[in-house]
Design a binder for this molecule. Sequence first.
Ligand SMILES: [Zn+2]
Length: 248
Amino acid sequence: MNPMRKLFIVLAAIVCTTCQTVAQESALKGKKVLFVYGGWDGHEPKQCHDLLKPWLQEQGAIVYSYDKLDVYTDKEMMGKVDLIIQTWTMGSISGEQERGLLEAVRNGAGIAGWHGGLGDSFRNNTEYQFMVGGQWVAHPGGKVDYDVNIKDKKDPVTKGLKTFHMKSEQYYMHVDPSVKVLATTTFNGGGDAPWIMGVVMPVVWKKYYGKGRVFYSSLCHDANDFGVPEAFEIMKRGIEWAAQSKEN
Ligand SMILES: [Zn+2]
């Protein structure tokens, strides 16, 4: 065989093998993930945990599950985790628990969550909301039909995805202008708030809090909503992005 042709085949084989390795290796492999679930039961925190945990483990993550906020005061745990996933709607957090959580993220742990489990927790705690980058305030009309528009088509979290439809709560949020918005939704003025017609609202964003990566999606009111493939895919990719927080 022509030596150049042979070299080409060898190089092509190396490139293909590398591609396969990259494709198979999840950013979650070997990552320590603290999964905290609880709060208002209408958001099905346990069901959502039970849905996501097997996927996290399939990606090679080591998952520590807790249904109590007191784990945030465990300095050893908070110092070692790469990522915190929290689904805890409303409820209250003690000063010590909040300090433990915020300090871990400021020091470089990532945090990821969705809907009210991250964006409507601990309504009295403004520093917590400063970390998340937004706070739920309303979902006019309850469960409504709406579209999610991909705003950032280059970001790895939303790349390749197209506009998709949800029939669920359309979150109206107070949002930190410093977040990087990846997807939005437009309110049609239905329900009980006609004056918000035409408002374009962030749905998915990423940001930093100190050294920590923060990922948020307002989608997925309950476990059933994860059945919308794009909503689930965005959450998976956002979790993978946040899990690499300490690699910076
Ligand atoms: Zn909800």
